[in-house]
Design a protein. Structure first.
Length: 223
């Protein structure tokens, strides 16, 4: 296998967290007396960090409030239901284990807060298959800033040319490009339908199931 380091997005790539995210957003809105938003509407707001999700939900619900002040309400609501309905996508656990068995390094890079990230990975039983995980509320900043990805590459001690960023959104492709690594889009993820044509072209790979990573042919590194 050409790639020796796989860096995974979390929501929409490793886990299906749509219902729990929507329920948390609606619980937050309910504290302002606002009507709940439809799950697909909330899902379309995911991908650029919790604060952006809060800001978009407040706007959609017509609530005039400062997202920075409301953010703790959302995080509290989400902490209460991190894995109420959230599950791994089919094949994730076995694929991560296989990659580790093949001596690849496995990392997670998400815009989800670090505490929630660590809790979910542990609760869903895959923490032992992951070498390192960085959330979006760390000093590295959020994707598409490449700083966290660059840190994961350094920790893995694997060249960027042998690192693959795997995700379901344009943010993941942009992050990979900024760090000079290949990108792979997962078409099953809930962020994939919103990926524009330019970012789809910029991704070296697109796969319909996570286990397809195990059979990727050798690829030349991004120039």
């Amino acid at each position: 296998m050409f790639y020796r380091h796989f860096v995974f997005d979390l929501d929409g790539t490793l886990i299906d967290s749509r219902q729990d995210l929507a329920d948390a957003a609606n619980a937050m809105l309910a504290t302002y007396g606002a009507a709940p938003l439809a799950v697909p509407s909330v899902v379309a707001m995911v991908g650029e960090g919790a604060r952006m999700l809060v800001a978009r939900a407040l706007t959609a619900a017509g609530v005039a409030a400062d997202p920075d002040e409301v953010l703790p309400r959302f995080l509290d609501a989400y902490d209460q239901r991190l894995t109420a309905t959230t599950r791994l996508y089919d094949g994730v656990a076995t694929t991560l284990a296989r990659l580790r068995d093949d001596d690849a390094r496995v990392s997670v890079l998400t815009n989800k807060p670090q505490r929630a990230t660590d809790a979910i990975l542990a609760a869903l039983g895959v923490a032992s298959s992951i070498d390192a995980a960085i959330g979006g509320d760390t000093p590295y900043g959020r994707k598409p800033d490449p700083s966290a990805l660059q840190s994961l590459i350094a920790r893995a001690n694997v060249p960027a040319s042998q690192t693959l960023m795997v995700g379901d959104s344009w943010v993941d492709v942009a992050t990979a490009a900024a760090a000079g690594v290949d990108a792979c889009l997962v078409t099953y993820g809930f962020g994939f339908p919103a990926v524009d044509a330019d970012h789809r072209r910029r991704a070296r790979w697109a796969i319909d199931s996570i286990d397809a990573l195990l059979s990727l042919p050798p690829a030349a590194p991004v120039a």
